[in-house]
Design a protein around this ligand. Sequence first.
Ligand code: GAP
Length: 480
Amino acid sequence: MDKIVSLAKRRGFVFQSSEIYGGLNGCWDYGPLGVELLNNLKQAWWRSMTLRDDIEGIDASILMHPRVWEASGHVANFTDPMVDCKQCKARYRTDVLIDDLSVKKKKEILRGLYKEDFEGQQSDEKILMEFSKRIVGDEIIAKVIRELIVCPNCGNKGTFTEARQFNLMFKTFVGPVEDTNNVVYLRPETAQGIFVNFLNVLNASRQKLPFGIAQIGKAFRNEINTKNFLFRTREFEQMEMQYFVKPGSEDTWFEYWREERLQWFLNLGMKRDMLQWHKHEKLAHYAKNAYDIEFRFPFGWGEVEGIHSRTDYDLSRHEEYSGKSMKYFDEQSKEKFTPYVIETSIGASRSFMAFLCASYDEEMVEGEMRTVLHLHPTLAPMKAAVLPLVNREGMDDIARQLTKDLQKSFRVFYDDSGAIGRRYRRQDEIGTPYSFTVDSQTLQDRTVTVRERDSMKQERLSIDAVKNYLSEHLRHETGG
Ligand code: GAP
């Protein structure tokens, strides 16, 4: 993970927010290459959702009427349990406090609670399994925190308060008066912007069930503990789609969207063994079924996307709170009903990190370490590099002209500094799939070499064929 974070900063993918002021916890800025990769990722998702008949897009505002969040349940329930240290005032989410304990400490806790010998031949993995099996439920967690854990900040034991529920929504005020009547929230998910626009989209687009509404946008959560780079941040982007279906058909559509969403990752070059399904055993009261797609991050498996069967909960709640009918009239059966919803919800920033981790590789090439991002060409920030072998004899002029031509259609990088091998390595490190080199043979027969990032194989082709080569290869790679 450290290597990926360091590469991300060094090559301009991701910077710490407000770094010159010491940074702002849980917030990150995307640099020149990062914003390209992020945009490519969002484009790939947007295209997969909207280049079909049955899904419309929207872009709703971040600030919404405060009743939206009462209806959605976020005011009452979007909370995490947390404790404060009475001694040093540090605040922790209880589950994170427990998760972050070392294996040694977990072993000690098991021994303290159950008076069994957890030393013996037990492997770390077994201890961790035993711990997560036994340390569950509010009561036991409260006891462990009260009696057995020291505050990671000041080192005192027995100084934590009882757990309290902490709402994760950021509050602010509309207008000049900061009172409770003017409270609004920064949206903690984009989904509600879709639900409240269900009728608008339905009427404007004249869609019929089943159909979906897709949206990409920022979401904000005042996470108590941010950690693991882009994994859990306070400001992030979501790509969400709500698919409205006739009640009774939700199970079929749920399976359909599970397939589609997994395939999306695979189409973008993710290996199947880097992904797994996690079925929610404990469902939210309104959910009928829920699965997460988890990615194998360097720190362990973590959710990147949720696929949820949400029944008619959200539309019914908005009907109740707004007093406006959210019902759909089915022309064929002449029935009026509230549609059921299948939601697909993926974090743009979290999946950005997953693709970065999945593509990162180090390999020995001719006795030297090569760092390479095996990014799918669709995602790669730069589609090609153009490199004159040397900066004279007109090679640089030809290379600059080629760059200009290619830049009419693609993001292409011109580089004429340093040895050619080093320049290839610099492109490998940012995942550029193709490099075109202008050399002395170019001056004679107007051919250039193309080097492919993953195989490092080189072949010659006419300079006039480069643009087609790139279009063909990028189209081929994206299955277009
Ligand atoms: N509308 C449903 C919803 O918001 P969620 O499981 O809370 O569901 C969906 O979030 C996705 O949003 C997650 O799978 C994750 O990719 C992303 N996400 C959620 N919280 C995040 C955070 N604090 N930082 C980065 N990404 C986050």
